[in-house]
Design a protein around this ligand. Structure first.
Ligand SMILES: Cc1ncc(COP(=O)(O)O)c(C=O)c1O
Length: 355
């Protein structure tokens, strides 16, 4: 990973910054974008010279394949500013590897590492003012690739666009969530592309999640597509279950996204001597643990909210409440991870990347 600003990116600066119009105290997640964006096109079998241009709408042919076949992958990562005004990314190499893993599964050409890191560093330096210091403030970064080739022919495209856009984010707490365990719908299947951050994986979740919301649940806990007996992950989070003092989480597979937060929490837990069991988890054992009082916590782990406690779950028409813990693992892990991200704790794992 390099962290120099590239000489090879052509930069067109925005004539005027929009930052003065932004109320940083009342940000709506993912609605406001910084002044610039990174763009790199794949044409004639190669990624052309990358550019940074003012953020704004762009023109694509209506037949561009992304609109018809959903050939698109993306990433989600954050930049954090410490109290000295230094900017950090958290394990960006993981996001870089994952976007190319996703791309490979969607038959999208691999994006060069140098362009990715040059693009990130240059863009973040240009839009540095948009990253506010203060615990919980961050800049959400969305790299993505779309098939731009004009043609409604159902095969992989010859032309693509790789972009990075950035949106300021605040620490948010939307309350502990209630989740519904999926009994019929599946998010992904064996041999499919659940492990990829592919646009279509999310589109397919909206309808079952809408039905769950009508029943008073905010998210769906996906189960394996064969038997619906094993818990997998939630909408944009991997899941942890605390049974007594042991943490359980499902192993990643071709159905489950290999989350950066998940693997970081496992590493922190192991270092702290908290027992972590990575194994297939039956819904029935979670129900049993809820009934006999050994289920202490459920929480989701993901870049957006870091750790999201679950206060209740629904399964087969029953509703199970989880009693709030005084010293929860969820709040402990959230703090441990954020302290590393905001340069407040020693980075013993080497996860921080200074921009
Ligand atoms: C389906 C899914 N699972 C899990 C996660 C959590 O992954 P990460 O911790 O890398 O953000 C995400 C978010 O990226 C996701 O979309």
């Amino acid at each position: 990973m390099k962290n120099t600003v590239s000489q090879q990116i052509e930069i067109t600066k925005a004539s005027e910054s929009k930052i003065g119009q932004v109320d940083f105290e009342n940000l709506n997640f993912g609605k406001i974008f910084t002044d610039h964006m990174f763009v790199c096109d794949y044409v004639d079998g190669e990624w052309k010279a990358p550019k940074i241009i003012p953020y704004g709408p762009m023109t694509l042919d209506p037949s561009a394949r992304v609109f018809h076949y959903g050939q698109a992958v993306f990433e989600g990562m954050k930049a954090y500013k410490d109290d000295n005004g230094d900017t950090f990314l958290f394990r960006p190499d993981e996001n870089f590897k994952r976007i190319n893993k996703s791309a490979e599964r969607l038959a999208i050409p691999e994006f060069p590492e140098e362009y990715f890191f040059d693009g990130l560093n240059t863009l973040l330096k240009l839009d540095e003012e948009w990253i506010k210091s203060g615990y919980g403030n961050s800049l959400y970064i969305r790299p993505f690739v779309i098939a731009t080739q004009a043609s409604v022919s159902a095969s992989e495209a010859d032309e693509y666009r790789f972009m990075i856009i950035c949106s300021p984010a605040q620490s948010y707490y939307s309350g502990d969530v209630s989740v519904l365990v999926a009994e019929k719908f599946s998010r992904s299947a064996n041999g499919g592309f659940g492990y990829a951050k592919a646009a279509g994986n999310y589109a397919g979740q909206f309808y079952p999640t809408k039905l769950a919301k009508e029943q008073g649940y905010q998210q769906v806990i996906w189960t394996d597509s064969n038997s619906h007996e094993y818990v997998e992950e939630a909408g944009t989070m991997n899941l942890f279950f605390r049974v007594n003092d042991t943490l359980l989480t499902a192993p990643v597979s071709d159905r489950i996204l290999d989350g950066v937060t998940r693997k970081s929490l496992i590493a922190i837990a192991e270092k702290e001597g908290i027992s972590v069991d990575v194994r297939p988890i039956k819904v029935s054992e979670i129900v049993e643990a809820a009934n006999n009082g050994s289920l202490k916590e459920i929480f989701g782990a993901g870049t957006a909210a870091v750790v999201s406690p679950v206060k209740a779950f629904g399964y087969k028409g029953e509703h199970y409440e989880i009693e709030k813990q005084e010293n929860s693992y969820a709040s402990h892990f959230k703090k441990a991870l954020m302290d590393i991200q905001y340069n407040k704790a020693e980075d013993t794992f080497g996860w921080r990347y200074k921009v």
